[in-house]
Design a protein around this ligand. Sequence first.
Ligand code: UD1
Ligand code: CA
Length: 479
Amino acid sequence: MIPLDILIMAAGKGTRMKSRIPKVLQRLAGRPLLAHVLDQARALQARRAVVITGHGAIEVEAAVDRLAGAEDAFDLKFVRQEPQLGTGHAVQQAVPALAGDGTVLVLSGDVPLTRADTLRALVAASEAEPGGALALLTVVLPDPTGYGRILRNGAGAVQGIVEHKDASEAQRAIPEVYSGILAVPAARLAPWLAALRNDNAQGEYYLTDIVAMAVQDGVPVRAHRITEALQVEGVNSPLQLAQLERAHQRRQAEALMEQGVRLADPARFDLRDDPRSGQRAALLCGQDVEIDINGVFTGQVELGDGVQVGANCCIANVRIAAGAVIHPYTHIDGEQLGATVGEGALVGPFARLRPGAQLGRAVHIGNFVEVKNSTLADGAKANHLAYLGDATVGERVNYGAGSITANYDGANKHRTVIEADVHVGSNCVLVAPVTLGAGATVGGGSTITKDLAPGSLGVARGKQLTIAHWQRPAKQPKA
Ligand code: UD1
Ligand code: CA
């Protein structure tokens, strides 16, 4: 096995993004473009990843350090390219950071959707030749404007690449373009790069000029041509970023539908990596899962058999068991702690589950109910306008409309324990720490500050005063 070293070009400015954020740190599906490119280094089991930085170098390097976890097998190096004198110049700066014995795969930090299989095939095309070939990833585009064109001789052998700005009319008619991605033995690179000149339309050192040099030196040049343009598309503008986002989402939606998941509309579905943890998203679905339009799923989400998710739900880091129904406009975010929804539970519409919400079987959480760091045992119900924070709620508890746990005294959080079969009336405040014994009842409108014994009734509110024949104020007649 020849070791693989990956070189990621990320020094460019990305002027057309009109952003303060370096282009390669713009987010696709919740993670920087560069994170997606680093995934490719992982998938290919690279020995080393060398990232060439320039514009926003400090920020880019710090971000990559965070993205490349300690568990990563490849070793990570940065090379600064200042000033940026072209792609050939960029690779030249990186040569000292490469070992001489490997295959080098050149990638762009702003091309996020190349498939690992494509890159493996490209590397294989380079390594198939004795001493190694220069292998170029190419694609035929309906509109090749702006790209370097692949020049072939009469026999179809690649002779060179001409940049759009340097190309003749006849050359501009060639639809096959260079993707910006190539594989080459490291040992061949250095002499070619040293011979590059910048006497071209852009006054830059073009990496693409090494192709003609390889041909001159009798080194085999192979074009690995693919048909899916998406795999080599870069991000230069907010519009292109959005287009790649949609294409990525479409891929994910189709993969889920192939597994049998029923998406009401694959064009209105989003699965995003968690920007907080930097972890890749995973949506695991059982059989007969139905997801209505505009679902946004983030991080690690599990949906059991027959789960239904209504329209316009945002769902992150949660396990939802079989048969549960999430009604429209529900917001669930388990963050780092996670959250669980039990079998057959009903949640929403307009419900909010926060970190540590653990709902048992057949729990009902209705509209405008917020649950945080609370366990609700099987069959418990909180159907309207309520808050449960830091609470332990027993089986079959009925938690009335407008009731809340006052869990925070301004300094510390305290727990509320509501034992099985308790009935909390409407508009109650349960001031924690407090325990309501099994089967207890709380009268509507009560502020409960003392524990209730099992089976007791607690009422804590002003007594009703009734005044007979009460005259309401009347409007004064106008003068
Ligand atoms: C390059 C290719 C072109 C190909 C196209 C595919 C060259 C000369 N041309 O053109 O044949 O069709 O990609 O998208 O290679 N970068 C640096 N330092 C520099 C210049 C660029 O790190 O000095 C980085 C950029 O950040 C980017 C990548 O290299 O990630 C490509 O640069 P870009 O200017 O987009 O190349 P193109 O001119 O589009
Ligand atoms: Ca350029």
